[in-house]
Design a protein around this ligand. Structure first.
Ligand SMILES: NC(=O)C1=CN([C@@H]2O[C@H](COP(=O)(O)OP(=O)(O)OC[C@H]3O[C@@H](n4cnc5c(N)ncnc54)[C@H](OP(=O)(O)O)[C@@H]3O)[C@@H](O)[C@H]2O)C=CC1
Ligand SMILES: O=C1O[C@H](COP(=O)(O)O)[C@@H](O)[C@H](O)[C@H]1O
Length: 494
């Protein structure tokens, strides 16, 4: 993740009027421009909508007002707006090429970068790539692709083959926005910058790992997209497996993108194929009534699974992954459960072990947090133990304002040519390969009530362990009210 200066860049935004573009990409590019991380920037939007450049600027302005989390300075907006152009898809590749060349003429130097961002539905990706070729915009370019990268092993291989007909692999940036989240990158810092944890980061000390991403939102607006996707393809193959790779990989030989990518791919190579018996699929009650959903749909809106990484570090350690829609809470946690001591010298009733093993927990929320829980003695006579914890919240530091939103970070890295947080063709294909037994033979979909943690079968899946969520104890409030019964940690221990 080395720092480099960025070349003057024209972003060619395919799907510029879509949901992702409006919510994340346009506000994100404005912030990169304002913060001078990308100050020599031009944007040429394109989509099926018949907009004029002025109408596109208006759409961008509205999107920024609605979705940007930062104050909009009108002077800066006007400066940014002058850098936006739009060419409808119907105008054809030549018109798009001309607009990009006109934008480049406004940039300094003669080595401008073209960053094609494909924020389009998967079925439109190959036609966008064809347009790029016909518009003669492949030279000096990189391409950012949005998931899903295929829907199974064969389609992933075919998609990569077609992409490679136009772009070399080093030009391709397959985005996984979870890896762009600041706390996800902090896993690498935490593991490899400290002498404390890496020596115990293996099967001798770790009983199991959970990567748990429940969501409260339903699918009332995305039913037709989701029907052909489901929770496994939408979240597990893309985001959760990438987080797993950061959690499980060996130390890379350096912090260079190729070295990190190599170690991630080795984790995927060591993954055992996902067995249908180790998977619980669920569908929330009411999904069948959502617009765009087939009345007899068996698309899963929930998935929980157990998987194994068959290498020296992780042999026999289960990794439990779970995600779903309309669940009881929205969270993104990684939880490392440590082995319990081989023997207990504490008397029955002392409380040791009553609250599960010691845990190291990463909360990948925008307000990132981390916690290490352990047993300690309650003050006073006798030997009563309770679960205590050390907690860290990024929000309590002076760094909180410096956090880049995931898409900002990823666009910036793609412009710098840094592949660290992106997925390789090889990695994607391997993940579909290990998924194939499940895709070929999916277990029955179980109903679950909205606002729960999924179907009952999730408990059998994780036994003899238990799911961390819902947390037995809440994250610590910065200013807790220490009631008379509160133990020394202030009553807010995970
Ligand atoms: N929305 C999100 O939060 C996330 C989205 N993604 C991924 O981002 C991509 C885009 O998603 P999203 O923005 O939600 O989708 P939308 O359907 O909201 O937007 C898609 C955009 O692509 C345009 N488009 C459709 N077909 C073509 C085509 N053949 N040529 C050129 N433009 C086309 C649409 O134009 P028009 O509006 O005129 O139809 C629209 O502007 C998908 O791959 C999705 O998986 C990934 C993570 C999160
Ligand atoms: O890619 C996707 O991610 C979102 C969840 O992302 P987050 O950053 O909001 O946690 C998910 O809702 C969506 O279904 C999926 O396509």
């Amino acid at each position: 993740m080395s720092e480099q200066t960025t070349a003057p860049t024209t972003v060619i935004l395919f799907g510029a009027t879509g949901d992702l573009a409006k919510r994340k990409l346009i506000p994100g590019m404005l912030h990169l421009f304002q913060s001078k991380l990308l100050d020599d920037l031009r944007v040429v939007g394109t989509s099926l909508d018949e907009l004029s450049p002025d109408e596109f600027r208006k759409l961008a302005h509205t999107a920024i007002r609605e979705f940007s989390t930062r104050e909009l300075d009108e002077d800066e907006w006007h400066e940014f707006a002058q850098r936006l152009d739009f060419v409808p898809n119907s105008a054809g590749p030549k018109a798009l090429g001309d607009a990009v060349r006109a934008a480049e003429a406004q940039l300094p130097g003669d080595t401008e970068l073209r960053l094609h961002y494909l924020s389009v539905p998967p079925k439109a990706a190959l036609s966008a790539i064809q347009t790029i070729g016909e518009a003669d915009l492949v030279d000096r370019s990189r391409i950012v692709m949005e998931k899903p990268f295929g829907t199974d092993y064969a389609s992933a291989v075919e998609l990569n083959r077609r992409v490679h007909e136009v772009f070399r692999e080093e030009q391709v940036f397959r985005i996984d926005h979870f890896l762009g989240k600041e706390p996800a990158q902090n896993i690498l810092a935490f593991r490899f910058a400290n002498g404390l944890f890496e020596p115990i980061w293996h099967r001798n000390n770790i009983a199991h790992v959970q990567i748990d991403v429940p969501e409260t939102l339903g699918l009332s607006t995305r039913g037709d997209f989701y029907e052909n996707t489901g929770a496994y393809r939408d979240m597990v193959v893309t985001h959760l497996f990438q987080i797993l790779a950061f959690t499980a990989m060996e130390p890379p030989t350096s912090l260079e993108p190729a070295a990190i990518s190599r170690e991630k791919n080795k984790v995927f190579e060591s993954m055992q194929p996902i067995q249908p018996n180790d998977v619980v699929r669920g569908q929330y009650l009411g999904y069948l009534d959502e617009p765009g959903v087939a009345p007899d749909s068996d698309t899963e809106t929930f998935v929980a699974l157990k998987c194994y990484i068959d290498n020296w570090r992780w042999a026999g350690v289960p990794f439990f992954l779970r995600t779903g829609k309309r669940m009881a809470e929205g969270a993104r946690i990684i939880s490392i459960a440590f082995n319990e001591p081989p023997q207990s010298m504490f008397p029955p009733g002392s409380g040791v072990g009553d609250h599960g093993p010691d845990h190291l927990t990463f909360d990948l929320a925008d307000k990132a947090r981390m916690s290490l829980s352990f047993y300690g003695k309650r003050p006073g006579p006798g030997m009563k133990l309770d679960k205590l914890s050390m907690q860290f919240a990024m929000q309590d530091t002076t760094w909180a304002g410096a956090v880049l939103e995931a898409y900002e970070r990823l666009i910036y890295d793609a412009v710098r040519g840094d592949h660290t947080l992106f997925t390789s063709a090889e990695g994607v294909e391997r993940l579909w390969e290990v998924s194939q037994p499940l895709l070929d033979n999916p277990p029955v979909v179980r109903p679950y009530a909205p606002d729960t943690y999924g179907p009952n079968q999730i408990h059998q899946l994780v036994a003899p362990h238990t799911w961390r969520l819902p947390f037995e104890r809440k994250w610590r409030d910065k200013n807790p009210d220490p009631g008379p019964q509160s133990p020394i940690e202030g009553g807010a221990r995970p």
